[in-house]
Every structure is written in C-alpha cells, then in structure tokens.
Ligand binder design. Structure first.
Ligand code: GLN
Length: 198
C-alpha cells in the first residue's frame, strides 16, 4: 500500500485523491490518501500532491504548520511530487510575489495569474511528452512559467510557453489535471518511474 499525501488547504482534494487511486490501480497498487494539514504526515508519505487553490494561503499554512521543511526533505529524498497550478507556484524557485514563500523544488520562475490574461479559464488539448494522446488541460487563472533552468524538462507547451515541466522527482503543471476523468498526468508524475515509488 502506498501512502499518498495531498496538501489540503482548500478545495480540489477529492478529485486528486480519485486520480491518485486510479493511477495506482493501473499499476496494481492501492493508494491510501492522507490529507496534509499539519506536520508529521508528509514524512510518512511515498508521494505528495500540491494542489491548486490560492498560493498565498497555501504558502502561509505550509510555513505556519512547519510542513514546508517536510516537503523539501521529501524531494531531497527523491520521492515524487505533483504540483499543480497554485501548487506549482509554491513549488517554484521564484514567484515574483513576496507574499508567496516558494519552496524551490523546481528550478522555474513563475508569474501568478499572468497566463492567458485575455481569458481567465479555458480548456485545451495538450500534447504531453510521454502520453500517446493529447491531455484535456483545464487552465484556471493559471501561472505563467516565465523561465526554467537547464536541468528542467519541458513536458508540454501551450502557445510556445511551458505548461508542464519536470525537475527530478517533481512534476509541475500550470493546469488542473484532476478536473477531467483522466489520471494520466498523475500516472506520469507518480508511476512513470514506478520503481522510485514502489
Ligand atoms: N491564481 C492562483 C494563485 O495565484 C492559482 C490558481 C489556481 O490554482 N487555479 O495562487
């Protein structure tokens, strides 16, 4: 049985939990999902999900509860993380916003709410490296990935900008992979290199 932690500050948790369970089942595994609201849970987790929401609020809670350092240790131990939307903002090296204490898990600079200013939210079929068919990507006030370091793999772009990236054990998306009945992104982040988890 795998222990999967989902940072649970705001909404979005049950959709991610379902996607994680489905992705695990594809590999003949059972995932037990733990909601992360306090310190002490992350160190027991094999994999971790940083969901969307409001990055300033998420950042504040992680720091207040001392979860931030546990997440950094999780990544230093080379355990997988999927960080989506606001989660990616928190996971970035720099979010160009002093209200967000970034964790520097991925070597990327992001701009909050700067992606697709014309339309706040939209859905688009995305070609993602490692997936055979396009992924239905839902963008909601998504962060723009402005710059990535040399060691970062860009897994998908939209209008020539990176929207899915990988840096070691961390996959980050500016969109919300939990909002469609498609667990391939969770599968890619957590089980593609299954031996790292199992
Ligand atoms: N705009 C949000 C932020 O800056 C992120 C949006 C989302 O997670 N859907 O934190």
């Amino acid at each position: 049985t795998l222990e999967a932690g989902v940072v649970a500050v705001q909404g979005d948790v049950s959709e991610h939990a379902d996607a994680i369970r489905r992705a695990a089942a594809n590999h003949g595994e059972e995932a037990v999902v733990r909601e992360v609201r306090h310190s002490g849970v992350v160190p027991e987790c094999d994999l971790l999900l940083l969901p969307g929401g409001e990055s300033t609020a998420i950042s504040r809670l992680l720091e207040r509860e001392g979860i931030d350092e546990e997440i950094v240790a999780h990544v230093e131990a080379d355990k997988p993380v999927l960080a989506t939307c606001a989660g990616l903002i928190v996971a970035s090296r720099d979010a160009r916003d002093e209200r967000v204490e970034t964790l520097d898990l991925v070597d990327a600079t992001v701009d909050r709410n700067a992606f697709g200013r014309q339309k706040d939210s939209f859905e688009a079929p995305l070609d993602v490296e490692g997936l055979a068919e396009p992924f239905p990507a839902v963008f909601i006030r998504a962060p723009l990935i402005a710059a990535v370091g040399d060691d970062v793999d860009v897994l998908a772009t939209w209008e020539e900008r990176p929207v899915a990236i990988r840096d070691g054990p961390v996959v980050g998306t500016s969109f919300h992979p939990e909002l469609t009945a498609d667990a391939r992104l969770h599968d890619l982040a957590f089980f593609e290199n299954a031996e790292a988890v199992l």
